[in-house]
Design a protein around this ligand. Structure first.
Ligand code: N01
Length: 488
């Protein structure tokens, strides 16, 4: 169209949502797009995490772009390398690789005279009409502040910085942490390492996920007829599960939540035979409060002779191993820190300055906020995928990002067609959203009394508190009165 403005868009990050953004923008005819990626490969979390046992806790056919179904998934929960391969192949197939500037970490964004000025660590300067931050949710490792950690003589690393030169077979391995990561690592090492000691500060609710491989015949059938894949993605059973789960977590007192808790608890009762071990593994908070861990075999694996669940608190790390509060020295060759991530980063550590020089750190002093998880008042034409308060609780982040991208295309189209020059969340809409969100969050299962990465520094849940249906409804089309629109 002749009177369309030719927009230049910068996408930050070439992980799952950055690849998606680049593909969607180009599909919509926006071809002046650059993706800045600080690493030398695509893949985000799937590039950074390579630990043994890595898989996704969302089933493969649901953790797949809607426009790039994958008949070749080897199983319901394939390993991380296979998932990484899917993203790399998709980025290549859709020409995203050519749009990426690798090895370029953006350090500064400033909104000046209606455009975003961009600077990278290497000193590259660029400008854009629109910036889409696809910087990931769990990307910055959190390393525990345990006395003596640096004195350990063996190998020690965070789970997202795995050192593959370190031998594990026959080794004595300590794993600090019992989140999804620690559980996957311990389950994988139980058959390989001589000793696996898992240091458990808090027990986890673990749901059994059946990981059936797809047979060659099934994969051939998927290739032949993609409707078979759609039938898995959109089966009434899977939709009912998402609906039930999201209704349950949004209301901690609901019958749905009590039903889900009963169902999840069965795994522990039915699959851990030793009553002493069962009590060690029994959480003292409600299921769903932390993100549920999904594993096909964790309980089976921790009952193997190589594995010990250590529940005494860690006192310190010494050159030879971990000393617990009861005085025991747990001698180790390898110490893995499966201690999670800083979940409040989003645009951080970039310096981001919006309209009138307002710094995002001033806006985010209490907690990161964004209207619908994607726009901040006075930061025009800067949008986030899977940003603060997006629904990240046990749902497919691909589905979340695709719906957000649909929504954003509605806003970006206004910029392209000249209906608007600057769009950002309206300050009142932001405040109303945040107060309704906080009120709803106080009723969720996340607020029922536990420590988790869903909570902000003030201890209140900082994620989407409503149902997934509500999110789907909101993402259908932007409500323009919630935006501060500067006309073109
Ligand atoms: O991290 P976590 P994660 N001393 O924050 C413990 C996603 N994920 O990497 O519970 C002792 O859940 C901490 O103890 P506590 C998934 O969304 C996805 O495991 O706070 N322990 C906890 O046990 C998941 O929810 C997949 O008491 C310390 C653990 O470390 C999210 O990533 C695969 C400690 C941290 O658990 C994060 O999972 C894996 C200390 N000082 C993960 N500090 C996929 O599907 C922390 N801990 C791709």
């Amino acid at each position: 169209m002749a009177d369309e403005k030719k927009l230049r868009v910068v996408v930050i990050g070439a992980g799952m949502s950055g690849i998606l953004a680049a593909i969607r923008l180009r599909d919509e005819g926006i071809d002046d797009v650059t993706v800045y990626e600080k690493a030398d490969r695509v893949g985000g979390t799937w590039r950074e995490n390579t630990y043994p046992g890595l898989t996704c806790d969302v089933q493969s056919h649901a953790y797949t772009y809607s426009f790039e179904l994958n008949p070749d998934w080897s199983s319901q929960y394939p390993d991380g390398a296979e998932i990484y391969g899917y993203f790399e192949r998709t980025a290549q197939k859709y020409g995203v690789i050519e749009m990426i500037r690798f090895g370029e970490e953006i350090t500064k964004l400033a909104f000046v005279d209606g455009r975003w000025e961009i600077e990278t660590k290497k000193g590259t300067k660029d400008t854009a009409d629109v910036v889409i931050a696809a910087t990931g949710v769990l990307h910055h490792p959190s390393t525990p502040d345990i006395p003596g950690l640096a004195s350990f003589e063996g190998a020690s690393f965070h789970s997202a910085r795995w050192d593959h030169s370190v031998p594990l077979d026959g080794a004595r391995v300590g794993v600090i942490g019992t989140g999804s990561t620690g559980v996957q690592i311990v389950a994988a090492l139980a058959d390989r390492s001589a000793v696996v000691k898992q240091f458990q500060r808090t027990a986890q609710w673990v749901r059994k996920g059946v990981n059936d491989p797809y047979t060659p015949e099934q994969r051939a059938a998927f290739r032949e007829d993609p409707n078979l894949i759609l039938a898995i993605r959109n089966s009434p059973e899977s939709e009912a599960n998402v609906r039930l789960w999201s209704q349950a977590i949004s209301d901690a007192s609901s019958p749905e939540m009590h039903m889900m808790e009963g169902y999840i608890a069965q795994n522990l009762e039915q699959n851990v035979a030793d009553p002493v071990l069962r009590e060690k593994l029994r959480p003292n908070y409600r299921a769903g409060c932390k993100r549920i861990v999904i594993s096909p075999n964790y309980y089976e694996q921790v009952q193997k002779p190589s594995v010990e669940i250590v529940t005494d608190a860690i006192d310190r790390v010494e050159p030879k191993g971990v000393r617990t509060a009861d005085g025991t020295l747990h001698e180790l060759d390898v110490l893995v820190l499966a201690t999670g991530f800083h979940a409040d980063m989003f645009l951080r550590p970039m310096t981001v300055t919006g309209r009138n020089g307002v710094n995002v750190e001033a806006v985010w002093a209490d907690r990161p906020i964004a209207y619908m998880g994607l726009s901040i008042p006075d930061f025009p034409n800067l949008f986030m995928l899977n940003g603060p308060t997006a629904p990240v609780g046990n749902f497919s982040l691909i589905d979340v990002a695709e719906r957000q991208m649909d929504y954003l295309m509605g806003l970006i189209d206004m910029l392209r067609t000249g209906k608007a020059r600057e769009i950002s969340a309206d300050a009142k809409a932001m405040a109303d959203y945040e107060s309704a969100r906080a009120e709803a969050a106080s009723k969720t299962i996340f607020a029922s009394g536990c420590r988790s990465w869903y909570l902000g520094a003030d201890g209140a849940p900082s994620i989407w508190p409503w149902t997934y249906d509500h999110f789907i409804e909101e993402m259908k089309t932007p409500k323009l009165d919630a935006f501060d629109v500067v006309e073109g």
